[in-house]
Design a binder for this molecule. Structure first.
Ligand code: HEM
Length: 116
C-alpha cells in the first residue's frame, strides 16, 4: 500500500502558515513558526522511510549556491525603463507580481573564478 501526501497543500495550509504565499525567509529564524503543530508542516524532502537521502547534500548545496550568488553579484530590482533581460524571482511579491531583478557581477566573482 502507498500513502501519498500532498506537500503543496501542507505548505499552503492557512491553518499552519501565516501569510503562506509571501516570500518570508525570516519565518525560518523563528523555529516555533516552522516546528509548531507537531513539526511536520515543512516537508520539502518527504517523510518517513522513503525520505530523501540527499537532504543533507541538498541543503548544503542550496546554502552554498545562495551564499555565492549574494557574494558574487549585486542584485537590483528592475525599473520600467531598463532594457537588460532581468532574472525573475520565483516567490511572488505581496501584490502577486514576480520581482524582476538584474544581477551584475561583483569584483569578488573574478577572485572566485580565479580559484577554479
Ligand atoms: C533541494 C534538493 C532536494 C529536494 C527538495 C529533494 C526532495 C525529494 C523528495 C520530496 C523525495 C521523495 C520523498 C518521499 O517519497 O517521501 C526525494 C526522494 C529522493 N531523493 Fe531527493 N531531493 C533533493 C536533493 C536530492 C539529492 C542531492 C539527492 C542525491 C544526491 C537526492 C536523492 C533522492 C533519492 C535517491 C530519492 C528516493 C528515495 C526513496 O525513494 O527511497 N535528492 N527527494
Amino acid at each position: 500500500m502507498q500513502l501519498w501526501i500532498n506537500a503543496w497543500a501542507v505548505h499552503n495550509d492557512l491553518e499552519f502558515w501565516i501569510e503562506h504565499d509571501r516570500f518570508k525567509p525570516e519565518r525560518f529564524l523563528i523555529q516555533s513558526e516552522v516546528q509548531e503543530k507537531g513539526g511536520f508542516k515543512f516537508i520539502p524532502f518527504g517523510l518517513g522511510r522513503r525520505l530523501c537521502p540527499g537532504e543533507g547534500l541538498g541543503m548544503r548545496v542550496m546554502a552554498l549556491s545562495l551564499g555565492t550568488l549574494i557574494q558574487c553579484f549585486d542584485g537590483e530590482e528592475v525599473k520600467e525603463d531598463q532594457s537588460q533581460v532581468p532574472v525573475k524571482t520565483s516567490p511572488k511579491k505581496a501584490e502577486g507580481k514576480h520581482a524582476e531583478i538584474i544581477f551584475q557581477s561583483r569584483e569578488a566573482l573574478a577572485k572566485v573564478l580565479a580559484q577554479l
